[in-house]
Design a protein around this ligand. Structure first.
Ligand SMILES: [Zn+2]
Length: 349
C-alpha cells in the first residue's frame, strides 16, 4: 500500500502575503502516469475538495503504478474569500470590469479569473503569481490532469473536452452524465495565448486532460461527491493506475457539441417560473410539462412544455451571474429568459 504524503507549496506574493498550498502526493514507486488532480481554483467551487478527501485513502490502497498529486484547495485566497476570485467582493463578484476595445463593451478582467491566467506571471496580479508558482512546480511534473470545478446547480454535471477523440475518450471514462465539447483548439505552439485554462495548457503541451463541472456552487451535495469519487476511480483505471475497468460506461451520456440538436426554452412572458419537480439530466418527452409561469400581471398560469424529446442540460430560471449573486437565481423570469435547455443528442459512455 502506498502512503499519501502531505506536502506544501510555499507561495510568497510580491505584496508580502505568504501562505502554503497543501497537497497529497501518492507515489506507487512504479513508473507510470503522473496524474494531477485539482479543485477549488474558484473559491465558491468546493465539491471537488471533498471528493479528493474521500478518494485519497482509496488511491493509497489501489494505486499500482505512477504517481498522483492531489490539490484540494488550489487557490486558498479565493477559498478564504468564499467567492470565485481572490478580488471578488459583493459589489464586484467577478472582479473588475474593464473596457474591451475590440468588442466595444465593458467586460470582466479575465486576469482576475485564475483559470484564465496560465502559465501565470511572476510579476502579474495575485492570481497570475499563484498560477506561475504552480506552473513551475506540480504542473511541470504532471503528465495528466483532471481539474474539478462547479457551475450553477441548474446545469447538469459535465466533463468539458475539446473535440478530439483522444480527449473525449478520457472524459468519457469519467462516466459523468454529460460531455460538453467546449474548448477551442489550443495553438500548436505549446502554450496558447491567454485566456488559457489549465486544461488548455495541458492539451497544448500534448498531455491528456479534462476539466469538469459539478452541479452546484457554494455547496457540497452527497450525490455529486459520490459521482466525483467514481469519476476519479474510473479515470485511474482508464490510465492503468488502478486495476479494473471503469464503472457506469453503460449509462447514457448527454453529448453536447455544436452539432447537437438543442432547444432553449424561454419564458413567453414575465412571471414566476415554478418547476415541475424535474432535475437537470432528466429525460423529457416532447409536450411534457416542464413547469408553469405564474404571471404577476394577469395572475394567470401559463404551461411550459418541452418542445422536443431530450435531456435537460439546464433546468430552472437563472440569469447570467447566478453563480455569484442570489438575486440571479430567483425564479421570477422576464419574458425571454431561459427556463431550460434540452439537448437531444446522447451517446453510450
Ligand atoms: Zn471554476
Amino acid at each position: 500500500m502506498a502512503k499519501a504524503k502531505t506536502k506544501k507549496i510555499h507561495v510568497t506574493l510580491k505584496n508580502g502575503t505568504s501562505f502554503d498550498i497543501s497537497y497529497w502526493d501518492i507515489d506507487s514507486g512504479k513508473e507510470g502516469p503522473c496524474l494531477l488532480i485539482t479543485a477549488a481554483f474558484h473559491g465558491n467551487e468546493v465539491q471537488g475538495s471533498e471528493v479528493m478527501r474521500r478518494f485519497t485513502p482509496i488511491a493509497e490502497k489501489s494505486i499500482v503504478k505512477g504517481r498522483m498529486i492531489l490539490i484540494p484547495f488550489a487557490n486558498p485566497m479565493a477559498l478564504w474569500n468564499r467567492r470565485p476570485h481572490i478580488i471578488s467582493t459583493l459589489a464586484h463578484p467577478k472582479g473588475k470590469e474593464v473596457w474591451d476595445n475590440e468588442r466595444k463593451i465593458m467586460r470582466f478582467d479575465l486576469r482576475d479569473n485564475i483559470n484564465c491566467t496560465w502559465p501565470g506571471n511572476p510579476d502579474g496580479n495575485e492570481a497570475e503569481q499563484i498560477t506561475n508558482v504552480l506552473y513551475n512546480t506540480v504542473v511541470k511534473e504532471a503528465t495528466h490532469l483532471i481539474d474539478m470545478h462547479c457551475w450553477q446547480h441548474f446545469v447538469v454535471t459535465a466533463a468539458l473536452s475539446s473535440n478530439d477523440e483522444k480527449f473525449i475518450d478520457f472524459a468519457r471514462a469519467s462516466a459523468l452524465p454529460a460531455i460538453y465539447i467546449s474548448k477551442l483548439k489550443p495553438e500548436t505552439s505549446g502554450i496558447p495565448k491567454p485566456p488559457c485554462t489549465l486544461g488548455m495548457l495541458f492539451e497544448a503541451t500534448g498531455r491528456l486532460a479534462f476539466d469538469m463541472e459539478f452541479s452546484g456552487q457554494y455547496v457540497i451535495y452527497e450525490k455529486e461527491v459520490v459521482r466525483g469519487v467514481r469519476m476519479l476511480k474510473n479515470c485511474s483505471k482508464y490510465l492503468g493506475m488502478f486495476r479494473g475497468k471503469p464503472e457506469g460506461l453503460d449509462e447514457t451520456v448527454i453529448f453536447k457539441d455544436k452539432n447537437a440538436k438543442e432547444v432553449t426554452v424561454t419564458a413567453p412572458e414575465n412571471g414566476l417560473f415554478v418547476e415541475n419537480g424535474l432535475s437537470n439530466g432528466d429525460y423529457v418527452k416532447k409536450g411534457s410539462l416542464l413547469g408553469i409561469i405564474f404571471s404577476d400581471r394577469t395572475l394567470k398560469t401559463v404551461n411550459i412544455k418541452a418542445p422536443i424529446d431530450g435531456y435537460l442540460y439546464s433546468y430552472g430560471h437563472n440569469r447570467r451571474l447566478c453563480d455569484v449573486d442570489l438575486a440571479d437565481t430567483h425564479p421570477y423570469a422576464d419574458k425571454g429568459d431561459t427556463l431550460a435547455i434540452i439537448v437531444k443528442s446522447s451517446r453510450k459512455k
